[in-house]
Design a protein. Structure first.
Length: 375
């Protein structure tokens, strides 16, 4: 595996406004910029003719994950600009190309799309419409185009912290501790999470001379458990139930909203096991499962979408340089422990701070084959 070359540090509660999409330059969005719910695109009285747009994949804008975060970021930008955002929701994968065509027909000036699946249709639309600015979030294979900005995240770094925290919690509640993770589909943007999680568990074992098991993913073989979609809650529940049967104390689904299926598995089994969320701070984004959320491995998709949209609205030459969110620039983070703050080991927060500093300084190497695709 190739060592990650950009290691960064973060505070788990770092202000969203500290993130700049351009390394070393560019203005960050205000930490107090208004944010909209997944279904809202309304804004204040029009002050701009700029039309920002967003397309959602089959997971839906209410997925409490990257679709919702993308919409919230674009809507926040629209509100700040004094305009109104437009959105198009895809029902199936065959809707992706028509979704872009619909937004082009509505005369959008910028279009944000989040998710690996959007890569090819976004590129086709961008080539056909060079005067529209596109923001591609979480696709590691986008070719360089003058009107396309790539936004990617080194979630292996935050995943490392999440894996360590999960192992520490599991070891504190069980004599046979185990952490499980599984993905929606086997995309690099999914497996980079899983690599970090597994390596974080391994690091805990090496530091504590412990033997916390990692279920569902092998960094060495790059194989593991996957639902096959990001929409099948029943399959997610089935996979999670299997991990509970294997003694998993913490389950980390890297699968959009499919943590809900895992939550149902825990509830049905009357288990004391907990979840870690991904993408958003799921404790905050979905209160229905907050009693199960130990923490979340966060990537600031909303801030990236907002900042890129605001930058596009400034006019002039579009900045198509790739933004890589990591621990140092706050693009990825580990959320607070919320209700579990008093239930995790008392030394854990300090240990995580030390690990974070080690990743930043380079004394702790975080690796993932998926990270080699980040430009």
């Amino acid at each position: 595996m190739t060592s990650l070359t950009k290691r960064i540090g973060l505070g788990a509660a770092a202000a969203l406004g500290s993130i700049a999409l351009l390394t070393g330059c560019g203005s960050a969005p205000s930490a107090t910029a208004p944010s909209a719910s997944a279904g809202s695109t309304a804004s204040t009285a029009a002050k701009s003719t700029f039309l920002p747009c967003v397309v959602g994949d089959v997971g839906g804008f209410n997925d409490h994950s990257f679709n919702q975060l993308s919409l919230e970021g674009v809507t926040a930008a629209a509100t700040k600009l004094g305009t109104t955002a437009k959105k198009v929701q895809s029902q199936t994968s065959t809707d992706y190309a028509p979704a872009f065509s619909s937004l082009v027909a509505q005369k959008c000036n910028s279009i944000v799309a989040a998710g690996f699946q959007f890569g090819d249709p976004l590129v086709a639309s961008a080539k056909a419409n060079p005067k529209i600015d596109y923001v591609m979030i979480d696709n590691t294979t986008t070719p360089v185009l003058p009107n396309v900005k790539d936004v990617v995240f080194k979630t292996s770094e935050a995943g490392f912290l999440g894996g360590y925290a999960a192992a520490a919690y599991a070891a504190s509640v069980s004599k046979t501790p185990a952490v499980a993770t599984y993905g929606g589909q086997k995309f690099p943007t999914v497996t980079i999470f899983m690599d970090g999680i597994a390596d974080g568990v391994a690091y805990y074992n090496s530091q504590k001379k412990a033997s916390v098991k990692i279920l569902g993913w092998s960094v060495k073989s790059q194989n593991g458990s996957f639902v096959g979609t990001f929409t099948d809650q029943n399959k997610s529940k089935q996979i999670a139930s299997g991990f509970l049967d294997q003694g998993a104390n913490v389950i980390i689904p890297v699968a959009g909203s499919l943590y809900q299926g895992a939550g149902k598995a825990i509830t049905a089994a009357k288990s004391s096991s907990v979840l870690e969320g991904v993408d958003a701070d799921v404790y905050e984004s979905d209160p229905s499962v907050k009693s199960l959320i130990l923490t979340s491995i966060v990537k600031k998709v909303d801030v990236a979408a907002q900042t890129a949209t605001e930058d596009a609205a400034k006019g002039g030459t579009f900045d198509n340089s790739t933004y890589i969110g990591d621990l140092k620039n706050g693009g990825v983070a580990l959320a607070p422990f919320h209700d579990y703050e008093s239930k995790v080991p008392s030394t854990l927060s300090g240990e995580l701070d030390t690990i974070k500093a080690g990743i930043i300084g380079g004394s702790i190497t975080v690796e993932s084959p998926a990270a080699t695709t980040l430009k």
